[in-house]
Design a protein around this ligand. Sequence first.
Ligand code: ARG
Length: 448
Amino acid sequence: MIGTKRSSLGVWVLATSLVAGQGLAAQADTTRHAQVLVRAGRLVATRTGTVLANQAILIEGVRIKEVGPADAVAGHASRDVRVIDLKNATVLPGLIDCHTHITADPGDYYRQLFRLSPIDEAVRAHIYAKRTLDAGFTTVRNVGAGEFIDVALRNAINDGAVPGPRMLVSTMPLSATGGHGDVNGMSPYLHFEGFSGIANGVDQIREKIRFEVKYGADLIKVLASAGVLSEEESVGAPQYSQEELNAIVEEAAMWGRKVAAHAHGAEAIKRAVRAGVASIEHGSLIDDEGIRLMKERGTYLVADIYNDDYILAEYTRLGYPQKIIDKERLVGRQQRENFKKAVQAGVKIAYGTDAGVYPHGWNAKQFAHMVRWGTTPMHAIQAATVNAADLLGWADRVGALEPGKYADVVAVQGDPLQDVTLLEHVAFVMKGGEVVKDSLTGGAKAAR
Ligand code: ARG
């Protein structure tokens, strides 16, 4: 799941789809009004954790101009404003998933390892981007892809050539030789060609980070511990030393990049937190000291607590080796219990799902699990909006419906604060002022 298959031809494929997609963006633009007014029956104010009735959002271009009581805001709109009536819905900021692998989908283990190439991945990635966007996730932090497919996808989306969420990308996760990002359990004579995130020792690590930043990484992902969906024996053993992790955070910071650390095991978590990473991914076997350290340092926990359901239901059928299934059995329940502990201790939580391990577009399924394991519905929504935006370093542009932010807006029928699973059925999605999905209003009206 972390893009270990490589080739250098991926770039050509996305360049072609970029040209083909240009007509699409041009068509969408012709329907643009100077201003859009979204009338919201209920609006989730994510920063304050409150729900406000009868609100309106005035949008100009790609950004929000004003938010407030419906009549007051409508009074400030231009005469030809386009009105979108969501009076019977609950309106929220576009959702954010801080842990995706948007270029890959679950599939047969050996087919993915040996029969598919990065070119297959590059050709399909845009499909997953669209599914993610349609599910109401208007921003993602992608934490691992083969080659530079994530960079190419991000750029194509930014150019308007391909529909998809806003993306921050890590490119290839840094991994020790034999670590979670290496291909393990095979013959030593088997080699994959192409770029890789494998780096050992401080010097190699620094060089690898410079290389990834040079070709488009927005953040650095490091595999601080062993993992589940790889063939190492352990699920949580540390795979980088304290010295190496310190160097990773320091080098990344020099280039203005944050670090996301994959860490299941207690020791690896603590090393990564001490090194100063921005977030711990998975966090499955965290201990009390780790929880205390994360609180102290303000480190975010991004725990993919839906994942276990899908892996245990599907991955045997997909041909995954028994030892991987066994590792999942070991870690799944404990991860959820430890997530609850961390929530109760007041560790900062950001929403991240590992989508790609399970199908894209299902990103919202984790909300219900978070509520079952310790958060309130509002806290879970905040994890996927304001908190996520803060973790991404994008608090000035996404995560809340406020003036100056991107007009990324989603809506659901009913009250997600009562039933958080409603977020699995987002009926309206707007990204940057453009409606990308609407099964609620039956089309917008041109007048107030
Ligand atoms: N990418 C992760 C890994 O291979 C997935 C872990 C899934 N399991 C879980 N309980 N969250 O380590």
